[in-house]
Ligand binder design. Structure first.
Ligand code: ZN
Length: 659
């Protein structure tokens, strides 16, 4: 006898809410499998758009054209992280935070000691007139941990070798945003705001204007030299061994930063870009040119006030207590990462689940490798080795490194911040040259931060890092349909496949740059890449601008592998659960719709923003990421009845297959 659906529904309390029921009755009853978990993403569908013409707009149309759209996942996560950080800083009882908080409180109540110390430092800089004094002042600032013109950040070189990367100087978050987007206008106005604070220290308007002028000059050089952390990771080949020869001052500057010639020889130190080197050379030659001395002096004054004004409520009247603490603790990102993880709660970060999915992805990739008809056994063996050797760093370390917890014993805010800065500098200097396996998390957490909504793969380390925001609610939500989990886990497989994209495939299992491809396989691989380039050239980055398939190739390949692996895993999961026919199809549609949700973005209509991304970003525009990927999926054609007349249609033989 056929049991009614309600009966089966009563059997659905299992952990993941999706149950496959078989062999319970004596009759071969039809299998009824239900996904009873909420799926909120149907709500954004615009049925007036043909999925085959523009799947992005079909899946998100209602949201895209709403006059009052709900925040995207990106926005939700960024707001959630901001709130989390503020709450943690307000409530956390860790001794360092408690002490900083009470000192920040004192600042709010009018404690003048931070003001006095900052005034002293500014005065010291203001008195610089000779090259000798300029370098001494730079050395003093380095000693206090400022990193005004240059700073060291931890990095990895080819072959999983840890090092320090020499970067353009420290900057505020606001400035980083301007610099990352190369927005000269924003940069100029921030320079004016920061320099304006100098009035409170007795600088005349005329002098302030001069400082701002010089600061703008050098800050623009810094902007050209600046590579955000993640960018740096994507372009490891830009890092190369170099030390300017025969430049006394250069050696001196490096020495002030805590780097010796021996470090350079031992590759424990590398400059990150040509532009940083140019900046270094310019600075080292400054003592021969009075104008350059003034320019660098003024830049340092500006940089110090920009970094420290938020500690002084009488100067920066918009500052808040959490902002002061955040600025202070930014100097030790690892510690901040740890505090936020503990405060947020380990059980809310789906580390184990993500690890399991990733391991399944690795196995699936290896299986698929075996079945490839375009690759020889020799190349397959290398690829397999690489997949097996890839290190996964998910969410947070198994064990925190207590040695990275700072201690402070100063009795007012800026003195404590100085200790934190000095401490951070020590930590970074100590990381260089250590085996990656020992200090991987020390590096990643120092580079990226708990609140970074991202994941990354580093070819030189053959390592993959998934940060907490990727595997917590609202992005990774076990209360929603599993289809969303698998769709969102395309970000994991995306990173995994960076190991095998157009650039990642040049590195081997140990992160050494080595060509492990047979010439024939390489040729076949490149032919596939060329198809990928052409397919993306057919799409538009923004109205009137064809996408740049060559520039975005590596990312598009990672997207491709990402969707292939996650979708197949999800199909396996559905089959295992007993889904079939219409129910099975329904779940796959949910997967595709969820995939579009990942790339829902408030900036989709901001043509200026899209133009900027087109110029700077190696990723495709979000709508291209969705549409470009859908048209490669045979299943998508079937489920959405995509016809030859539809704009995104590709003939089956044109749907490139790589992995
Ligand atoms: Zn990527």
């Amino acid at each position: 006898m056929k049991k009614n659906v309600l009966f089966w529904m009563m059997l659905l309390p299992m952990a993941l809410g999706i149950v496959s029921c078989t062999d319970v009755t004596d009759n071969p009853a039809p299998v009824v499998v239900v996904d009873d978990k909420p799926f909120p993403y149907d709500a954004d569908i615009d049925p007036s758009v043909r999925p085959g013409d523009n799947f992005y707009e079909y899946a998100l149309g209602k949201w895209l054209h709403s006059s009052n759209p709900a925040p995207s996942l990106f926005k939700q996560i960024s707001e959630q992280n901001k709130m989390l950080t503020d709450e943690m800083l307000t409530n956390c009882t860790a001794p360092v935070v408690a002490q900083l908080r009470s000192q920040a409180d004192e600042m709010m109540m009018g404690d003048s000691r931070t003001f006095d110390l900052l005034a002293q430092r500014l005065q010291l800089l203001e008195q610089v007139t000779t090259g000798e004094q300029l370098f001494d002042a730079f050395g003093a600032l380095q000693g206090w941990g400022y990193g005004t013109l240059f700073r060291l950040v931890p990095g990895v070189l080819v072959g999983r070798q840890t090092t320090n990367v020499f970067m353009a100087g420290s900057m505020t978050d606001e400035m980083k945003r301007a610099v990352r987007m190369k927005k000269q206008e924003t940069l100029d106005s921030l320079v004016n705001v920061y320099c304006g604070y100098l009035a409170g220290f007795g600088f005349s308007q005329e002098r302030i204007a001069q400082i701002a002028e010089n600061a703008r000059k050098i800050e623009t050089l810094e902007m050209n030299a600046y590579i955000p952390g993640i960018e740096m990771l994507r372009h490891p080949m830009k890092a190369k061994r170099w030390a300017p020869e025969g430049e006394d001052n250069t050696e001196r500057i490096l020495g002030m930063m805590g780097v010796t010639n021996e470090d350079v020889t031992a590759l424990r130190f590398v400059p990150s870009t040509q532009e940083v080197l140019q900046l270094l050379v310019l600075f080292s030659q400054a003592d021969e040119d009075p104008e350059a001395i003034e320019a660098f002096r003024d830049y340092m004054i500006y940089n110090v006030i920009a970094q420290d004004a938020p500690f002084i409520p009488s100067i920066d009247q918009e500052t808040t207590l959490p902002a002061m603490l955040k600025r202070a603790l930014q100097n030790n990102r690892y510690y901040m990462y740890r505090l936020l993880t503990e405060y947020y709660g380990y059980d809310r970060i789906y580390k184990q689940q993500c690890n399991d999915i990733l391991e399944n992805m690795r196995q699936l990739f290896i299986q698929r490798l075996e079945n490839l008809d375009w690759m020889s056994d020799a190349t397959k063996a290398e690829a397999r080795q690489k997949a097996e050797a890839m290190l996964f760093y998910v969410g947070y370390p198994e064990q925190w490194n207590d040695a990275l917890t700072p201690t402070i014993d100063a009795d007012f805010l800026l003195a404590s911040v100085t200790q934190l800065r000095q401490n951070a500098r020590e930590i970074i200097l100590n990381m260089a040259g250590k085996p990656l396996e020992d200090i991987g998390w020390d590096l990643w957490a120092s580079m990226a931060g708990f609140t970074t909504d991202n994941a990354f793969y580093l070819g030189t380390a053959n390592s993959l890092v998934i940060l907490p925001a990727e595997i917590t609610k609202p992005r990774f939500d076990y209360d929603l349909s599993e289809a969303t989990l698998y769709a969102f886990s395309t970000t994991f497989s995306h990173e995994f496949c960076h190991g095998f994209d157009a650039s990642g495939s040049n590195y081997d299992a140990q992160g050494q740059k080595r060509d492990w491809w047979t010439p024939e396989d390489k040729q076949a691989f490149q032919a596939k890449q060329q198809i990928m380039v052409e397919l993306y050239n057919q799409l538009e980055a923004y109205p009137g601008q064809p996408a740049n398939g060559q520039k975005t190739l590596a990312e598009n390949m990672a997207d491709y592998g990402g969707v292939e692996l996650a979708l197949e895993l999800y199909k396996q999961r559905l089959t295992q659960q007993g889904f079939q026919g219409a129910q099975f199809d329904e779940q796959i549609k949910k997967f595709f719709l969820s995939y579009a949700q990942i790339w829902k973005d408030e900036n989709q209509f901001d043509v200026e923003y899209l133009q900027m991304l087109y110029e700077l970003d190696t990723h495709s525009a979000n709508h291209v990421r969705v549409n470009g990927m859908m048209r490669l999926q045979d299943e998508w054609y079937r489920l959405y009845d995509v016809k030859e007349t539809d704009k995104l249609y590709l003939k089956p033989e044109d749907r490139v297959k790589i992995w």
